[in-house]
Design a protein around this ligand. Sequence first.
Ligand SMILES: Nc1ncnc2c1ncn2[C@@H]1O[C@H](COP(=O)(O)OS(=O)(=O)O)[C@@H](OP(=O)(O)O)[C@H]1O
Ligand SMILES: [Mg+2]
Length: 352
Amino acid sequence: MSYQQERYIAELAVQRACLLTQKVFFEKAKGTVSKDDKSPVTIGDFGAQALIISAIRKNFPNDEIVAEEEASSLREDKDLSAEIWRLVKDIKLDDAESDNLLGGPLASEQSMLDIIDNGNSAGGPKGRIWALDPIDGTKGFLRGGQYAVCLGLMVDGDVKVGAIGTPNLPVDDAATIDASTGAQQSETAGNGVLFSAVQGEGATSRPLASGGLTTSKSISMRPVAKISDAVFCEGVEAAHSAQGDNAAVAERLGITAPSVRLDSQAKYCSIARGAGDIYLRLPVKKDYQEKIWDHAAGDLIVREAGGQVTDIYGNRLDFSKGRTLATNKGVVASPKALQDQVIDAVKVVLKL
Ligand SMILES: Nc1ncnc2c1ncn2[C@@H]1O[C@H](COP(=O)(O)OS(=O)(=O)O)[C@@H](OP(=O)(O)O)[C@H]1O
Ligand SMILES: [Mg+2]
């Protein structure tokens, strides 16, 4: 079975949610609040989750959804709920036909809250389950750097479809991203990319602002002749991955270029299109379980672009274990041909 219809709806739903996150950023975050103020993230997260879940409900009413947020705190905070509704209710795609496919605007503030709570699936090994991260890379979102709206469809625990909107990644695959901050200003013309993949059918990207699948192009990881020439990506937050260990792995591989630090699943997207080669996410806390919504879409997009994605032991990420990757530790992604070498270096550095 092909999942092109799911991909199409996932792309449009992500695209629409990105419009909301951009609106929230420009109205709430940019210059007006300190980066420690969590409210823009809260508003963007809840709003984007409502918009995407309503599109899934409209098109695939029997599917389950694992999403990051639940609405109980919102039901208690009437002002916050009203503010989110104010921003969400007018969000629509330019193209009316596409907007209709997503079911048009949400009906009411109350239905928005109910929809948000549709993301409470426990996940697991059976059936059709979507994994949604409405704003991944929340720190990046607040600082005007990289963040991503991420949606994956798993069928019987296997990721079949992935879509990721990255409003602040440059459209140009070859554009360089500031190695130390990963920052791109979202006002700059030429930012905003929508990545997607279907299992067995490749990975694509298109400008986020464009409509439909017609403008999508195929993407692939770049060939790396010598592993020492590879560029590696890692997270910005030292609390989320062990930057010292990441650097030690790179050094063992003979890599001398500095890492490119990006928040969010923009890291998966970047290596999938050849803007970087290796993604290292070596664990900081040994008991932390990665969340499936932080990886489902990116895992498929990288593998469909010619890469391999595993944990630090070289095992594929297992999305069938519930809301977390309970049986995996960390993430390592690279072009298929290099993965064994990278995992060998990880094992030496981490003494596995
Ligand atoms: N301790 C620990 N280890 C690993 N991962 C953690 C940890 N704590 C949180 N998280 C999750 O990391 C998500 C953000 O990942 P990033 O790749 O953007 O990290 S980084 O901020 O760039 O370092 C982040 O997702 P968002 O909350 O959507 O931003 C968290 O789900
Ligand atoms: Mg996340």
